[in-house]
Design a protein around this ligand. Structure first.
Ligand code: CO8
Length: 261
């Protein structure tokens, strides 16, 4: 389990089989600086390795999920700084977690904040949520996958609109475009995300990680390769105790008891 005491910019806790990471730089609207990025990746990696954790929720505050990468920190950097320190390169490790992840978003999810939400498997958004990629207004472009994941999620027409104008998109538009999984009243965002996370964590963790890998392959590759990958992942579920138990429980008309093996 992640050692929450060592973190300064996030809080980490577990509720049953759900790990919760709360971004905690309220004065900067949870702007993502190097320390926060390092702490989120460290905590998420520890939760991912913990067999007792079956889903991870990442959330912010009522006012902001995250208002982007920390502009004050970035403004001091040169090309050679960002290139040599692989600035924000570790963020990609979040995409490689095998535990399902849910972003619970209220308020601003802008720039790197929108990209962090899109790195998660599901986005549950409150009705106050606003998404956008405003990097163009700072003379830069998205750098944590935004130009790729947003385009795959909402299509070229809307991605170009959002990335070239830098405008903020309200949650009803984000839901219509398929960027968010569910929209709820803002005061219910975290509780809904925790419920969904608990539901996922109650399933077979092995099956969940294979299902996640299969869906991500659809996102990242062509149909033929994706279907081939899904087939071999499906076959591999027959090597698990959870497949034996899940199907036996159905046949015997009882609830399955998954051991996540
Ligand atoms: N970075 C640093 N500080 C921020 C940020 C930020 N992204 N966003 C807000 N803050 C700070 C403000 O400076 C302010 O601090 P202070 O009180 O010390 O001046 C405090 O948070 C509150 O902000 P505001 O007073 O501006 O609050 P408003 O309600 O008036 O406005 C907004 C809220 C609209 C969210 C506004 O703060 C804003 O526009 N923020 C910047 C949004 C933005 O441009 N985000 C994109 C950043 S670039 C990016 O994310 C690139 C990611 C790629 C990284 C590449 C890695 C390879």
């Amino acid at each position: 389990m992640a050692d929450t005491l060592k973190y300064e910019t996030i809080q980490v806790r577990t509720e049953g089989r759900v790990g919760v990471i709360t971004l905690d730089r309220p004065k900067a609207l949870n702007a993502l600086n190097t320390q926060l990025m390092t702490e989120v990746v460290d905590a998420a990696t520890a939760l991912d390795a913990d067999q007792a954790v079956g889903a991870i929720v990442i959330t912010g505050s009522d006012r902001a999920f995250a208002a982007g990468a920390d502009i004050k920190e970035m403004s001091e950097k040169s090309f050679s700084d960002v290139q040599s320190e692989r600035f924000f390169g570790d963020w990609d490790r979040l995409a490689g977690l095998s535990t399902p992840t849910i972003a619970a978003v209220n308020g601003f999810a802008l720039g790197g904040g929108c990209e962090l939400a899109m790195l998660c498997d599901l986005i549950i958004a409150g009705d106050t949520a606003k998404f956008g990629q405003p990097e163009i207004t700072l003379g830069v472009i998205p750098g944590i996958g935004g130009s790729q994941r947003l385009t795959r999620a909402v299509g070229k027409a809307k991605a170009m609109d959002l990335i070239l104008t830098g405008r903020q998109m309200k949650v009803d538009e984000a839901e219509r475009l398929g960027l968010v999984s569910r929209v709820v009243p803002a005061e219910q965002t975290l509780s809904t995300a925790l419920e969904v996370a608990a539901e996922i964590a109650g399933k077979s963790s092995i099956a969940a990680s294979l299902a996640k890998e299969a869906v991500n392959r659809a996102f990242e590759s062509g149909l033929t390769e994706g279907v081939r990958t899904e087939r071999s992942l499906f076959y591999s579920t027959f090597a698990t105790d959870d497949q034996t138990e899940g199907m036996a429980a159905f046949v015997e008309k009882r609830k399955p008891t998954f051991t996540h093996r």
